[in-house]
Design a protein around this ligand. Structure first.
Ligand code: NAD
Length: 289
């Protein structure tokens, strides 16, 4: 029987059926998708993990190394039987699969969160979610403190600032840096490369788009969130310092990420946050809602 077809009430709602025999569909078998598919193989609540990817080879290889993974070239025929689509592919994929799943009343978990900086897409998917009674889940991703920021934003917040510090090697080609004559590989001392709104930051530093989007969505939005990008030859890992101040008090959280063993450009914590989110959604107790 299809899961989650019941129209949700305005309050937070997870259907009772969701707690057992859930079939999920993972989009993307890269660093995050593979980590999700392998982890949920051991979740007793998950009955089947459908998997799709542009690369059939990658998906069928993963199928051979797991118990529950079933490769599907197209997810439309299985939409009627799944409870959750977990997007872990790309913004293009999110643009296609998120509305597709919501239209069918299926909950979605979105890793390519940057897609929500497009206000029209955000409004359209929110409307669909409400109309179809399906939820949009956004894991905390590659940063800590999203739970506290989200709680804090229930009251007045004076400021939210993310300072991302990376070694010179972490900066790829950038028109923004070139136009300012900045060559990261030649930087010898800690140097601030950017200071501005999250809206501006995602334009100039698309590599930071998911973290900036997650913080903006959890807190005070893209215009009011401040982002600082710092290049420091002394640091070895990507470091994110999330600071917020408001009626709740002050928040100061530092995350030092190690890369995913499957993709050096992806922080391992991001993949783990997806697994943790699915554990919460399909499980019986939800800590840090
Ligand atoms: N929320 C966060 O904090 C966070 C952190 C890291 C990465 N991400 C995002 O999560 C997504 C996945 O990251 P990853 O490191 O696993 O990437 P990856 O490059 O390792 O894997 C992506 C996979 O998706 C597939 N794919 C891409 N577009 C597709 C499409 N339209 N249809 C079908 N398959 C498609 C690719 O073939 C590839 O196998 C990316 O968009 C990335 O930006 C989010």
């Amino acid at each position: 029987m299809p899961i989650c077809r019941t129209v949700a009430s305005e309050s937070f709602y997870i259907p009772r059926d969701f707690l057992q025999n859930v079939k999920i569909c993972v989009i993307g078998c890269g660093a995050i998708g593979t980590t999700i598919a392998k982890a949920v193989d051991d979740f007793p609540e998950v009955e089947v993990t459908y998997l799709t990817d542009r690369s059939q080879e990658c998906a069928t290889r993963l199928q051979e190394h797991t118990k529950k993974v079933v490769y599907v070239p197209d997810i439309v025929p299985i939409l009627g039987e799944i409870g959750l689509v977990a997007e872990a592919a790309s913004q293009d994929a999110a643009r296609y699969y998120v509305p597709l799943a919501l239209s069918a009343g299926v909950n979605v978990l979105v890793m390519s969160v940057g897609v929500f900086q497009d206000e029209e897409f955000q409004a359209d998917t929110h409307r669909l979610s409400k109309r179809k009674g399906a939820k949009i889940f956004i894991p905390s991703g590659a940063i800590g403190g999203i739970d506290a920021l989200s709680s804090a934003s229930m009251e007045e917040i004076d400021e939210v600032t993310l300072t991302t510090t990376k070694p010179p090697s972490a900066f790829g080609p950038s028109a923004y840096l070139e136009s300012r004559g900045i060559i990261p590989s030649e930087i010898r001392v800690r140097t601030e490369l950017f200071h501005g709104s999250a809206r501006e930051a995602v334009k100039h530093f698309p590599q930071n788009i998911n973290i900036a989007a997650t913080i903006s969505l959890a807190g005070v939005g893209f215009e009011k969130t401040t982002i600082r990008i710092v290049c420091d030859p002394q640091v070895k890992t990507n470091e994110h310092n999330l600071r917020a101040k408001g009626k709740f008090g002050e928040l100061d959280v530092v995350t030092r990420n190690l890369p995913s063993p499957r993709n050096p450009k992806t922080s391992y914590l991001a993949a783990l946050s997806a697994i943790s989110a699915i554990r919460k959604i399909t499980g019986h107790m939800w800590v840090g809602v």
